[in-house]
Design a protein around this ligand. Structure first.
Ligand code: TXA
Ligand code: MG
Length: 310
């Protein structure tokens, strides 16, 4: 990845003025602003049309920076050493002296934090005097963005600047783990739970469909392309777009293959762009084939299940 330093400088200049920009990460693009500034964080909520009570996720360069704002523990350190920077978000308790904006947290005493791996994002974070609040760069409850073009499609001129970092290499959101007590997964994502389990060597509760949601971001409707989705489809209807994991060599023009040979990581990488293409072709609905319930396939399944709430 070639890093254009003058673009990063420009991004910093705009962020330093408490404005909002789009940034690339290895999971999905984010809508970023100074996490220490109420003014900046308010702009994110407005642009995304995000409910005010849905707290923002905050991105740090490294754990030295994080220590000022959050209380860390052993489980955090184990996972940090193994997987960070990378597609893992931690829920931690805020430190008493935390400078994080109360707009970002919606006055909660916890914070979602992540250390993104994308080299451009890391280069930017290193230059800033504050961490970046950055929820996914899409209109609330709609499809996530994995290229700068996707961000443009959603926000047009409303966004001051998009720092282009090419296509997101993982292509789905980070896995969220609440690590304050017994580890709980709040959102499936780019990092498989089995890998986390190996490191912590303890029971991990899957809590991504809680009866009482702790953040509105856990609500069922999510990742929606704005048209109905039918799940586990074997027989596609004539006017539907059909998404399959593996190339069946059927050259039906309504068929969209996420991978040549059923590779789930490749499928995840292509997922959001494929759904965007289908949406933009004005199909009235999407049918999706069954997907293996393993690895990152679980995340794809979860995205489709929520998107199908339409
Ligand atoms: O991969 C990612 O995590 C991307 C990139 C840009 O880093 N970001 C992302 O942000 O997906 P967002 O806002 O779309 O999803 C973050 C989720 C939301 O569902 C929000 O409700 C939840 O994190 N969240 C934020 N703060 C929380 C907290 N204190 N406790 C529980 N959940 C929280
Ligand atoms: Mg999101």
């Amino acid at each position: 990845m070639k890093i254009n330093l003058s673009n990063i400088k420009k991004a910093k200049k705009i962020l330093d003025k408490n404005e909002c920009i789009a940034i690339p990460t290895e999971t999905v693009y984010g809508l970023a602003a100074n996490a220490y500034s109420d003014l900046s964080c308010r702009k994110i909520f407005k642009l995304k049309r995000r409910p005010r009570n849905n707290p923002l996720i905050v991105h740090y360069y490294n754990f030295q920076d994080l220590k000022k704002d959050c209380i860390i523990n052993n489980d955090f350190l184990k996972l940090y050493k193994k997987f960070c920077p990378g597609p893992l978000t931690f829920i931690l308790n805020l430190a008493k002296k935390s400078k994080i904006s109360k707009v970002a947290t919606n006055k909660k005493m916890t914070l979602a934090v992540r250390f993104p791996k994308h080299p451009i994002m890391r280069n930017l974070l290193k230059k800033l005097k504050y961490p970046l609040a950055a929820p996914s760069a899409n209109i609330s409850s709609k499809l996530s963005a994995v290229t700068s073009q996707d961000v443009k499609e959603d926000f047009g001129k409303k966004i001051k600047y998009i720092l282009d970092g090419g296509k997101s290499s993982i292509g789905v959101e980070s896995t969220i783990i609440d690590i304050r007590g017994n580890p709980k997964i709040l959102r499936l994502g780019g990092l498989e739970i089995s890998k986390i389990k190996k490191v912590l060597n303890k029971k991990i509760v899957l809590n991504n469909n809680p009866k009482r949601i702790s953040a509105p971001g856990q609500s069922m409707l999510h990742y929606s392309p704005g048209i109905p989705i039918r799940l586990n489809v074997k027989k596609v209807r004539k006017d539907e777009a059909y998404i399959l994991i593996k190339d069946t060599k059927k050259n039906n023009q309504n068929y969209y293959y996420l991978s040549k040979n059923g590779n789930l990581k490749e499928a995840a990488r292509k997922l959001y762009s494929t759904m965007r293409i289908i949406k933009n072709k004005k199909f009235k609905s999407i049918a999706v084939a069954k997907i293996p319930n393993k690895g990152i396939g679980k995340k794809i399944k979860d995205i489709w299940r929520r998107a199908a709430k339409f």
